[in-house]
Design a protein around this ligand. Sequence first.
Ligand code: SOE
Length: 355
Amino acid sequence: MASSSTVRLAIIGTGGMGAAHLRAYQASEKARVIAACDVDPESLARVAEQFNIPATYRDYRELLEREDLDAVDIVTPNNSHAEVSLAAIRRGLHVLCEKPLAMNRHEAREMVSAARRAGVIAAVNFTYRNVPAARYIREIIQSGEIGEPLHLIITYSQGWLVDPASPRVWRLTKEMSGTGVLGDLGSHLIDLARWWIGDISAVLGHLKTFVTERPLPGTGRLAPVDVDDAASFLAEFTNGATGVFFCTRYAFARANTQRAEIYGTRGGLVYDNERPNEIQFAIGSFMASARQYCTLPVPASIQASKTTTMQQFVDDIVRGTCTTATFEDGLASQEVIDAVVESAQTGGWVRLPLA
Ligand code: SOE
């Protein structure tokens, strides 16, 4: 490490999410982004200038030859997460990788084993763990206040594909993305569900593609969409709770809406990411008989400690322990994604773990 409290980072991938990560590093006193890498020279130059990054690379292998790096943040399309992570881990670097962790569980398993062997911090950007309401929900469930969790209904709605002119970007291709909305948004839901309730033991899935061709950015030529636009699945948790999951890119007039209802033996909770500093709750027999849900502000202490995965990653490197979502969490989410894909293909329940 540059000094005991400075972490020298490189960002790999300078698109929209890369810039969002860089803004987060700007807010961290311990982070120093010393290099950026992207195959797209224009985006690379723009971001390097905007964030004052001294060195740029078109090829991540050249970047990884540097001797002065502590960590990399991988914000590339999904099909390079495994390759770039494994190369960085081989160099002994700490890695933060965007979600979904990989294209499938096989890649994700290799990434987990490599990170364990190397003893590096290996984190995944499951960013919604940092929504104050999501953290409060976890605290309440863990406190036992709502009793044993029985049900989770969780949805994630975006609407950008309702527009027929919405272009065929990489997220709409199996080759670069693996799956569609299931990996992109469903991975977040699976992670929140596991973080709140526990592991998932079986799923029954359905995937739907509404529009199978879209105009390519730039040329406008039509190109195939070969991934899911909407994904839904039923789930059973290992603790016996049941779950209903739904995510779509076809939710009219929705930009980025997550909702969840959690029902336990003695209480219920409601989460809405668009109201990040409050939850709704009903706990105990008095509220049960009144059939009332009340709004509860998230405690000031939780609101005040709001952070980003990027800041946590940097702090974790300095501290030497991973406190955010790990590659293991990324793998667990990936296993569920693969099981939903298999279930959608076969039409039947699929039990986890998969072979
Ligand atoms: C695009 O669908 C996207 O940016 C996702 O990739 C993010 O993970 C999600 O947080 C917001 O939407």
